[in-house]
Design a protein around this ligand. Structure first.
Ligand code: BMA
Length: 339
């Protein structure tokens, strides 16, 4: 049975037991969606968002698509992880000299805690084009934005929760400036969060239906004694558009560009009305987990149909076992990926 390493206890983890008769590795919260249409005066939809334990409860950085159809990040707090109090106004960023550095658009945030600092990564505007934006906060009151990690076009930047071999490590998915019809996961390192390099290929799309068009890292990887557990989204193109599901992989602890296992079947796929109908139908897009390390219990936060925020549950032990038992890796997954 896999064990979580370097994780903290989250005794107040939002949780619901597996329903009787459920044969799947993960299951949905019966109260889904936890955030619906028009959740704040300016927000039309809040989805694809990041949450983390903070103080007595939880903090979150939320993707809010405003009623003027612009995309922003908002701060929110919760006591129980289900009911969220989200600011109506976007997070304002300053650069390291205290000058306003708020991006023109921002979406799909991820939140990683390293030591006493909360790092935030998101898809940011850079001269109007998407790339990986990043910044930090220690108190969720003041937010400092760093230089963009990469040139356009890139999305799905996800920072590992500790340095590996002395460097910060980041997954990303090079893209285009539209609804990218391709995309593989890469990994990059930085000694200082400013200069990113030593790029490696991690995983490509494969021929397993749900992940044939493009893939992208989801929540922050979870360190286990069997490897880094990565939950990632995969996309297929159907007659009526893209379908976003999510599955899992295990990456080598010291050399996370090496894929050890990768789920052939998805963990979760659009099925429920809030996943199949909304602003963009058929989208399940995970951006965060809360993990109680001693029990391995996991609450997975995902955006549903670019409209709602939903939660699914599982355990690290079961998801690791599922990933290994249902694994398919290709020759490309096994390479060190410099070429
Ligand atoms: C992707 C991202 C996600 C979104 C998805 C489906 O390209 O923009 O934010 O959930 O498309 O629209």
């Amino acid at each position: 049975m896999a064990k979580v390493i370097n994780g903290c206890a989250v005794p107040n983890l939002p949780w619901e037991d597996k329903p009787a008769g459920c044969a799947d590795a993960i299951w949905r919260f019966s109260g889904n969606p936890i955030i619906g249409w028009n959740p704040t005066p300016h927000s039309a939809r809040i989805f694809n968002s990041a949450v983390i334990p903070y103080g007595e409860g939880f903090a979150g950085v939320f993707r809010s698509d405003h009623k003027d159809v612009t995309m922003h990040l908002h701060f929110g707090r919760s006591k129980d992880g289900f009911n969220w109090d989200i600011d109506d106004r976007e997070i304002r960023w300053q650069d390291e000299n205290g000058q306003d550095f708020t991006p023109h658009f921002a979406y799909d945030p991820r939140l990683t805690k390293i030591d006493d600092t909360y790092y935030i990564m998101w898809c940011s505007s850079f001269a109007g084009q998407p790339t990986i934006g990043l910044g930090m906060t220690k108190d969720f009151k003041t937010f400092t934005r760093f230089e963009n990690a990469f040139l356009p076009f890139n999305r799905n930047g996800v920072l590992f929760p500790r340095k590996i071999n002395g460097n910060f490590v980041l997954l990303s998915r090079p893209s285009d400036n539209g609804h990218t019809p391709f995309g593989d996961i890469y990994i990059s390192e930085s000694p200082d969060m400013k200069y990113w390099g030593k790029h490696r290929h991690v995983m490509s799309v494969n021929n397993m239906g749900w992940q044939t068009l493009k893939i992208g890292a989801g929540p922050v990887p979870i360190e286990t004694d069997e490897g880094w557990l990565l939950i990632y989204h995969g996309v297929l193109r159907s007659c009526s558009g893209y379908v976003y599901s999510f599955g899992s992989a295990l990456l080598d602890i010291d050399e996370p560009s090496r894929v050890l296992y990768r789920s052939a079947a998805y963990l979760l796929h659009p099925e429920k009305p809030y996943e199949t109908a909304g602003f963009v139908p058929n989208v399940c897009f995970p951006c965060a987990t809360l993990c109680d390390a001693p029990t391995g219990r996991l609450a997975i936060y995902y955006g549903a149909s670019d409209t709602y925020t939903a939660v699914a549950f599982g355990t690290v032990q079961d998801i690791v076992a599922y990933t290994k038992e249902n694994s398919v890796t290709s020759e490309k997954d096994q390479s060190l990926g410099r070429d």
